[in-house]
Ligand binder design. Structure first.
Ligand code: FRU
Length: 527
């Protein structure tokens, strides 16, 4: 939910804003948004800058919008931070806190926030036809920004060089700034280094590799310990790809490997196609290999995920854009359009000997959530046997997000299914189901409500999921127009948008083909 602090915007949202407006996912008040930009934690506040059209609710006039939050769930929208002008659109990028005042934009005792963004030059610019990296800085905690007069600071005379993510790298030779960016149409991540954020030296490049059917966008690179072991650090390189992601259209892949301050070297286990899947002649082998790549999310609607800089205690928290370029401009909401995913904390864990990401949504502990309104005859406490009869859970509640947590022993069931945003006759709804025989978790939105606004919207997505000691563990966050599924403690994530009928608020759980045992089942809500 967002509030807007700007005299130009009245307190009361205009009519039409509430339909599908999420409770705990960020949306702009009455405009368009896409990628999260400049995610930074500073002075107790999370800043979310974002690709924004301040003048409309389709993509265009790209500028950096701005919102802040203290809990990553409830956001306050602020006036546009870096607006486009007649010479440039402000494309995606990142923000760092320049603690050492290396850039000279702040003071040693009052560090500036420095935004590194892509100038997408327009015809009125002398750089027209190129994309290059530029700086803006803030000396008041991110609330207002000034562009650096020496922009751009890094150009390759390329039309598709964008999305810089900058971080402080501490190596044997001392500390420096490292930038990861993309040559989007060459499916390459490019690495640069700088002492002062103003001048940049080329280090190396990576790619194409794995999913390379579309443009590479919005990269990120960071270290994480494997299972919390500080002596076992791996580097994670996130590369968003559009189109050509596993569920179709836009999506985020990642590689696990090492970064020595110059070069990223992936572990062999995260390289399914070292020269890129486009090098596969056989389409069947290509689609099988696409499913072997490492995906942040197996759903249709999680793109451009990047992480916060400066999050405390070494936490690595990402936010994605909950949308897909396949149909993004047509989503049936107004006047706002598009939202972010929940913030998700990333960890690395060993899975069959290889380091893999797990994601947990950033949510209050259960005692910090609300009890859903009690509905007569509905019991969700385990353990109990689940048979053919569908069990009705608490309804979704308008104005609140619903969190469903379940641990289910699959037993002899051949299908375990949740129907979310269901109609009372049990026909319509979004179906989340697990099939033990195929070991696939599927999210089916073909009967989810309004699917007609775009030909590519109706879809069913699936992810490989291995039961652990026979157990299926699910955390499902349902919020007005989205279903985010974190399975097996976050090893498998599926995110889909859905646009249900207003009265389709029922949730059911069923097992088919044999009984399953529900060990735990809890429903809570958040506003
Ligand atoms: C990704 C992207 C970025 C670009 C921005 C423009 O969704 O295409 O590569 O910087 O959106 O809005």
């Amino acid at each position: 939910m967002s509030t807007f602090l700007d005299a130009a915007h009245p307190e009361t949202p205009p009519a039409g804003t509430t339909r599908f407006r999420p409770a705990v996912h960020f949306t702009a008040r009455d405009t368009w948004l896409n990628d999260p930009n400049g995610l930074v934690f500073h002075d107790g506040l999370y800043h979310l800058f974002f690709q924004n059209n301040p003048y409309g609710n389709v993509w265009g006039n790209m500028s950096w919008g701005h919102a802040t939050s203290s809990d990553l769930l409830h956001w306050t929208e602020h006036p546009v931070a870096i607006p486009c002008d007649e010479t440039e659109d402000i494309f995606s990028g990142s923000v760092v806190v320049d603690h050492g005042n290396t850039s000279g934009f702040g003071r040693a005792d009052a560090p500036a926030l420095v935004a590194i963004y892509t100038s997408a030059y327009k015809t009125a610019s002398e750089h027209s036809g190129t994309q290059a990296q530029s700086l803006a800085y803030s000396t008041n905690g991110g609330m207002t920004w000034r562009k650096y007069e020496g922009n751009p600071v890094l150009s390759r005379n390329s039309p598709h060089f964008r999305d810089p993510k900058v971080f402080r790298y501490e190596g044997n030779q001392g500390a420096c700034w490292v930038m990861v960016a993309v040559e989007a149409q060459h499916q390459k991540v490019v690495f640069y280094r700088s002492e002062d954020l103003r001048s940049w030296d080329f280090l190396s490049e990576f790619g194409p590799a794995n999913a390379d059917a579309g443009e590479w966008e919005c990269p990120d690179l960071f270290p994480l310990p494997v299972d919390g072991d500080p002596d076992n650090i791996r580097w994670v390189l996130i590369v968003n790809v559009n189109p050509g992601a596993v569920a179709g259209g836009s999506g985020g892949q990642y590689f696990v490997g090492d970064f020595d301050g110059v070069r990223f070297v992936p572990e062999p286990g995260s390289l399914v196609a070292p020269a890129g899947l486009s090098s596969f002649a056989d389409p069947e082998a290509r689609s099988a290999a696409l499913r072997q790549c490492l995906w942040l999310d197996w759903g249709r609607d999680c793109y451009a995920s990047v992480s916060f800089s400066g999050a405390s205690d070494g936490r690595r928290i990402i936010i994605g854009w909950m949308n897909n370029w396949d149909y993004a401009n047509e989503l049936p909401t107004a006047p706002w359009r598009s939202s972010m995913t929940l913030a998700r904390e990333l960890r690395l864990t060993a899975v069959d000997g290889s380091a893999r990401l797990v994601q947990q949504p950033v949510l209050p502990e259960p005692h910090g959530r609300e009890e859903p309104p009690a509905a007569a005859g509905i019991s969700t406490a385990g353990p109990f046997e689940l048979r053919n009869e569908a069990l009705r859970l608490q309804d979704a509640v308008p104005g609140r997000a619903q969190i469903i947590e379940a641990e289910i022993l699959a037993g002899t069931a051949d299908r375990i299914a949740f129907r979310i945003f269901g109609s009372s006759d049990g026909t319509a709804g979004t179906i989340l189901s697990y099939n033990p025989a195929t070991a696939q978790l599927s999210l089916d939105r073909r009967q989810s409500g309004n699917i007609g606004f775009h030909g590519k919207f109706a879809s069913i997505e699936s992810a490989p999921l291995v039961l652990e000691d026979g157990l299926l563990k699910l955390q499902i966050v349902v919020d007005h127009c989205s279903v985010e599924v974190f399975a097996q403690g976050g090893k498998v994530v599926l995110t889909d948008l859905v646009f249900p009928e207003a009265e389709h608020l029922h949730t059911w759980l069923s097992a088919q083909g044999g009984p399953a045992t529900v060990l735990n089942l809890a429903v809570s809500t958040l506003t």
